[in-house]
Design a protein around this ligand. Sequence first.
Ligand SMILES: CSC[C@H]1O[C@H](OP(=O)(O)O)[C@H](O)[C@@H]1O
Ligand code: ADE
Length: 314
Amino acid sequence: MTELAHVFREPVTLAIIGGTGLYKLEALKPIAKLTVSTPWGMPSSQITIAKTKTGFPIAFLARHGPHHDLLPSDVPYRANIAALKNIGVKVILAFSAVGSLQEYIKPRDFVIPNQVIDRTKGIRASTFFEKGFVAHAGFGEPFDPKLNKIIGDHCTEILHSDGVKLHTKETEGKDLVLICMEGPTFSTRAESQLYKAWGGAVINMSCIPEAKLAREAEIAYQMICMSTDYDAWNEAEESVTVAQVVGNLKANSDNAHRIAEKLIEILEPKIASGDVGSDLEGSMKFSVSTKPPARDRRANIRMHYLFPNYWPIE
Ligand SMILES: CSC[C@H]1O[C@H](OP(=O)(O)O)[C@H](O)[C@@H]1O
Ligand SMILES: Nc1ncnc2[nH]cnc12
């Protein structure tokens, strides 16, 4: 077995974050494994770099670690996003196992949400900004609308197995809302029914703060959800268990890989041309409220890791 490189000098513009059940990308042969240290600590795992046949590099990061030893509340989200930003990433496709809050979203269906409701409990570090370096990012559209549309346009027809559907805002004609809860315990029936009544489509434990941090880092981000269960709202059904989640993920991992491979192929030229992944460029530059003389120097140095050209260190 050949040793993988520990350094990779080209920018890597596309990253895939694998969630529960997706710990590596089968189709791509790794060429490097990077250990990246950030001002916010170490990421969940080393970052694996692979190249497509055409030489396009892709980064892969396992959200809960390669052996799934991180609770959703303990994932080092800031280090993960900072490390990806630091190696050049402009676009993140983030896979996630989710519970379905609506009858029409069946276990094993894919859902590309365009909205999110944050039901985490404030125990996760959820911003790169801090006292002495105050800034605010817009989050009205929490996911990248271009990625959302591209996935709907190119992935609907490629799913294997009878009856498995891909739901997008366009296919449903309404917002597809992801509820992100704290966990690790799943929801009660009453909570699940409340989220369903709010119009939630699916529920997970890991979109927040990942999506917020990607926004602060000016990275185009879209979560790709695979439904694994009907959560707890349906009194006629058994409430969600990990066995159900893992069973459906295993049975359907082929579809997750198909989606990832298709999107890599489609996105390569679009990222290279700047058509995708550049819309947020410059959005944070003028979003800092703290006047330069009042800026905390150490915070400023940390921010340089993300944006070396934005805010000079006084
Ligand atoms: C094992 S079920 C709950 C777990 O699954 C999802 O993980 P991920 O989003 O990383 O696929 C969910 O968010 C929970 O963390
Ligand atoms: N029902 C559920 N609730 C929260 N996270 C999940 N991940 C998979 N199924 C889930």
